[in-house]
Design a protein around this ligand. Structure first.
Ligand SMILES: [Zn+2]
Length: 199
């Protein structure tokens, strides 16, 4: 099993890793043909039953669980005021603001006084949308990958499909759609920050 999976691309990948060449691409065979797909740092694709990416030159699987895991970690005390975070609203506050709920209330109160509150909320919503795009991408790539009997429509709905899924094509579509959305949101964020500076 191990021997069988140890192909030339693995050697190449190991070489890239040793050379610190994390931007280098790695080849992966698709289907039964001789077509070789080249992937590079940061790419996301599906292969077998998993969703893969290349991070720091290492090919690895990604899943929606990775995103959840990142969010759950919370320190015992608020990094801002040092109080123990044990209230019900501390957790969601920390997730978004990296401080306890009381600190968030205080901070938002200051912003209201300065008349910056609306802009701040708008920014938060945009940042949240960016997180959702990441989660959706991961989720959708997982979904098309784990099913042969459904496909994901442009608005993210998983529909039943007779005759199987073109996983590669749909992965590509999902990546394109999320990329466009991500760029749009990032532009929105930059525009807002630009407005703040000139005010
Ligand atoms: Zn605090």
């Amino acid at each position: 099993m191990l021997k069988k999976e140890f192909k030339r691309k693995d050697v190449q990948r190991a070489r890239n890793l040793i050379m610190g060449n994390s931007g280098a691409s790695t080849g992966t065979q698709i289907g039964y043909g001789k077509k070789i797909e080249e992937y590079k740092e940061g790419d996301i694709w599906t292969e077998g039953k998993k969703t893969w990416t290349i991070k720091n030159g290492i090919k690895q699987t990604i899943s929606k669980l990775d995103i959840v895991k990142k969010e759950v970690h919370m320190p015992l005390c608020c990094p801002n005021c040092g109080k123990v975070m044990k209230k019900r609203l501390d957790k969601p506050s920390y997730k978004i603001h990296k401080k306890c709920h009381d600190c968030v209330i205080e901070y938002e109160h200051k912003l209201r006084i300065r008349g910056e509150y609306n802009n701040y909320i708008k920014n938060l919503k945009t940042k949240n949308s960016l997180d959702i795009v990441d989660e959706m991408e991961s989720y959708l790539l997982d979904a098309i990958n784990s099913s042969n009997s459904g496909f994901v429509s442009e608005d993210g709905v998983i529909e039943k499909w007779k005759g199987g899924v073109n996983k590669k094509e749909w992965s590509q579509k999902i990546k394109e759609a999320t990329k466009i959305r991500r760029e749009h949101l990032k532009k929105e964020l930059n525009d807002e920050e630009g407005t703040k500076r000139t005010n």
